[in-house]
Design a protein around this ligand. Structure first.
Ligand code: ZN
Length: 374
């Protein structure tokens, strides 16, 4: 049997060869282990399509299309809420549906993103499912830190290893899907080899807007305390705009489950509820994610000014297109490094505690950035 949908996943030849075999006679649980951006999500979607499609993962039918968008009614997707995956989530999204009849005839597929964030109780509940796996269910746990998963969980899963994608490979992929070479290289560098993120950056001018926000923030912060407060405002505004832009996505996601009059079809109430919940979660996270992108953009610009200062050429810059007009170019190595530390501390603080006041964290970081820039 061939699985066309699996052949479309770029790179990761070893992992994909293994999954082609696995799709034929799936085991009940897998861990996809590998660094951020190595293609685990892409592979998981393709694997889900291969398991849910009635034509062996043809890549064309409704099952494949819905699986590719993470919206197949028989697909249950679990992500951390805040920092952890909570026990209630595992109970409602994995344990209960695992032992119920699938919404549509066929298998049920459970995808757990960032599975290393399972709380201890959540891991215990998941373990019960792994110990008595329903015959029609396949679980896939994705993790960049698979070694942090409890041994009891790991030992019941087949581990599929993904390796980091080299920059040249990411560039080739982007060029092959239509991006121009310079843009592709820029996106690959800024994304640190993360293919999914690089695709978004290369895909549209919208994708690079975060860097404009990063450049304005550095300029403003360099102007002193008042500028630092304005810089925080600029970043928050960019993040709010980004969140507003997501609104249309929900309508598109729900369209396949509505009747001609736009009302939910009875059979899909569960699927619709899951899509809505996931969307709300994503929306809540969107502003935080965007703020993180901007901070990462600031870090990259400061890092480039360090690289330029010590005589690094174009090939070592993260923003080669801005060479010669680096926003932080007038900073000494010591100052730019201190600025990076302030920005990285802010990123870590925001990632660690979702209840922090983002504005205050940004203001503090930009005030420090302003001090070192002055
Ligand atoms: Zn198909």
């Amino acid at each position: 049997m061939s699985f066309p949908v699996l052949d479309r996943v770029p790179g990761q030849t070893g992992a994909m060869a293994f999954l082609r075999g696995a799709a034929e006679r799936p085991h009940h649980a897998y861990v996809f282990a590998g660094p951020e951006g190595s293609g685990k999500s892409l592979a998981a979607r393709a694997f889900a399509a291969a398991l849910l499609c009635h034509a062996g993962g043809c890549g064309e039918c409704r099952d494949c299309r819905l699986a590719d968008e993470d919206h197949h009614p028989n697909e249950f997707l679990v992500e951390p809420e805040g920092r952890d995956i909570h026990v209630d989530t595992i109970r409602a999204e994995v344990w209960q549906p695992a032992y119920r009849t699938a919404p549509e005839p066929g298998r049920k597929v459970f995808l757990l993103r960032e599975a290393d964030r399972l709380s201890p109780q959540a891991a215990d509940t998941l373990l019960k499912v792994l110990e008595e796996p329903p015959a029609d269910a396949v679980l896939v746990l994705l993790s960049a830190r698979a070694h942090e998963l409890p041994d009891t969980v790991l030992s019941r899963c087949h581990v599929v290893t993904f390796t980091a994608l080299p920059e040249a490979f990411v560039v080739d992929e982007l060029v092959r899907s239509g991006a121009d070479e310079v843009r592709a290289r820029l996106a690959a560098r800024l994304a640190g080899g993360n293919l999914g993120r690089a695709r978004r950056l290369a895909g549209s001018d919208e994708g690079m807007r975060f860097r404009e926000a990063a450049r304005s923030a550095i300029e403003l912060a360099a102007g002193g305390p008042a500028g630092a407060l304005d810089a925080a405002g600029v970043v928050l505004q960019a993040a709010a705009d980004y969140r507003k832009g997501m609104k249309d996505d929900l309508a598109t996601d729900l369209a396949p489950f509505l009747d001609d009059r736009g009302r939910p079809e009875e059979a899909y109430r569960g699927a619709i509820r899951r899509i809505e919940t996931r969307f709300q979660r994503r929306e809540r996270r969107a502003e935080r994610d965007y703020v993180d992108w901007v901070l990462l953009g600031i870090s990259a610009l400061l890092r480039d000014s360090v690289a330029a200062e010590v005589g690094g050429g174009l090939e070592v810059l993260l923003n080669p297109d801005l060479a010669g007009e680096q926003a932080g170019a007038r900073l000494s190595v010591v100052r730019a490094t201190r600025g990076m530390a302030a920005v990285e501390e802010a990123r870590a603080a925001l990632a660690e505690d979702i209840n922090l006041n983002t504005r205050l964290v940004l203001e503090r970081a930009f005030l420090r950035l302003g001090e070192v820039a002055a």
